[in-house]
Structure formats: structure tokens, C-alpha cells
Ligand binder design. Sequence first.
Ligand SMILES: Nc1ncnc2c1ncn2[C@@H]1O[C@H](COP(=O)(O)OP(=O)(O)O)[C@@H](O)[C@H]1O
Ligand SMILES: [Mg+2]
Length: 329
Amino acid sequence: MWLNTYRVRKTTIENIGTNMENAVEIKDLSKHYDEVIAVNRISFEVRKGEIFGFLGPNGAGKTTTIRILTGVIKPNGGTANIMGYDVLKQPLRAKQIISVVPETSNAYIDLTAWQNLMLIGELYGIPKKERLERAEALLRKFELYERRNQLARGFSKGMKQRLMLCMALLTEPQVLFLDEPTAGLDVKSARLMRDIIRRFNGDGATVFLSTHNMEEANQLCDRIAIINHGRIAAIDTPENLRMKSSGLKSVEVSFNKTVSVDALCKISRVAQAKKMGDKIRLYTDEPHNVIENLIDYARSESLVIISLNTLAPTLEDVFVKLIEEREGD
Ligand SMILES: Nc1ncnc2c1ncn2[C@@H]1O[C@H](COP(=O)(O)OP(=O)(O)O)[C@@H](O)[C@H]1O
Ligand SMILES: [Mg+2]
């Protein structure tokens, strides 16, 4: 183990100062637009080979962060490196190993799908034979090959998004950035996008994607950073975020008669009670105790319990809680 570590360290001498397990390292990154602080001293790492989710509501700072990382805009402070290359000091090096699918389309609508791909291939100096082979393979994989000679102008949102992903993958990037890749897509196109992202990641590449869709982050990502008002509210695996969030476990109960939420709030160990349709959800850190107390309560009030379930928090619960906590700051 020691020997292995030593060898790895020795062979990466030119990258001293960076951790080679990380694909992206961000430290104290900030970006202001006049008085708006879009990104506020954020720091985190994305590990090589993972699908990393950047989850946050509109205006949280996701696009700004991605623009900084992909060299479109400069930060006001802080540092960022990708595979050991500083995005400010070695922007060309960094750009050579990344691709990005931006928030708004970067495909030329007056070119065909095929021409768009050839243009990217030429810009990146991919030899002709490879350019042709890769373009054909990608278009087939993304179900665009039959439409390759049509102008991008006539493409649906889903097709444009797939074309942008083809363009991004043509250069075989080590790190792929996607800014809300499934926003505004129909269910089928969104699923196809997610499948493609998973497959690409399965080949060993790192994926950094932003989304405001919790279910998407949950399904796709190895780890998630939750961003709100330009700050990181939490960062962990989807499962750990769920487990670690205290006060979010709950017991859901329904009775044969209407029972007031206020009465159930007073039950010992209940932190909060909320009416959910015909059920009442009781938030607690100790669901077992609450169940016992509920049974006692039902007996004393001559109520019959119709249904009773313990629920683990959803990622959405965690997200809402973290956002509310920040709002309260
Ligand atoms: N070019 C800009 N000029 C002024 N304000 C901007 C600009 N870009 C973004 N902002 C502001 O910065 C904040 C973060 O925006 P953005 O990074 O686009 O968020 P997200 O992608 O998470 O929706 C928002 O308040 C937004 O209005
Ligand atoms: Mg955005």
C-alpha cells in the first residue's frame, strides 16, 4: 500500500500541490455582478470518475460556477483546477481536456448536425479519419444518424440537446460539464440523456452536472453539492444526505376520525406535524417512540389507527430543509 502510494506520487511530480484523485478542485471561488454575489467563496472537490451533481434552485449560482470552470468568465477571487490545470493560469490546457454542454444551445442552427460535428472536430484538430468515425458512432448512439444532414434549426429541444452532447463528446473529454442537461425535455428525451451520461461515465470519465431536479440528482449522482444563494449548503452522497439530516424522519398516520394537527404536535418526541391529505406526518428523530406514544394517544382518545408508516426523508425533504435553514440565516 505504502509502496503503491509512493509510486503514484512519484510519477505525478508535475502535478505536485494537487490531489490526483480529484478531477476538479475549487477553493474560495467567488463571482460578483455589481452588488449581486452570484458565487460566494465556495470550495469543494470532484473526484475522478464520479458523476457529481450541483443541485440548487434558480439563481443559486450553478451556471456562474460552470462558466468559471469552463473558462467562459473569470472569478473575482479563489482558484479552480481541472485535472491539475489551473483554469486561470493554464486555461488552454484545461480547455483541451474538458467539454461542456451549456445552458443555452451552442450548436449552429444554420449547419446540419454533421457539419456541426465536423466543425468541432476541425477546431480541436482531430484527424479526419477519426473525426468521421467518431461523428458517425456518436450520431448513431444518440439516435440522430438518420437526421445528420438536416439543419439543426429544425431540431426539437431534445434533439438539439443530444446534438450538443455529441459535439461535447467528439473530443473525448476527461471531464464533461453539463448545465441542466434535461431542463425542459420531455420524459423520454430526459431519460435518454441520463442514459447517455451514465454510459459516458461508465467509460471512466468524470461528469459535473448542474440540476434543479432532485430526483435527477438522486438517480444519477455519486455525490451532490447543494448550492443556494452562491454558497454550498451541504455536500455528500445522496444516501448520506438523507441519513444525516436530523429531524427529518417521520411517521405518517391516519385515523378513523379527523384529528387536529395541533393535538398530535403535543405528543412526546414529535418535532413537527403536518397534514398531508388524509394523513398526518409527524417529524421526529425517534420514530419508534412516536409510534408507541401514538398508540397510547389513540387508545386514550378512542381513535382507531387506519394506517401507520415510518418514512425516511426524501432528498427533497433534505433539500427544502437546507434551503430553509439558509434562508433563516
Ligand atoms: N451576467 C450577469 N449579470 C448580472 N447578474 C448575473 C449574471 N449572471 C448571473 N447573474 C446573477 O447571479 C446569480 C446566479 O445566477 P446563475 O449562476 O445563473 O444561477 P443558476 O444557474 O443556479 O440559476 C443570480 O442572481 C443571477 O441573477
Ligand atoms: Mg443556470
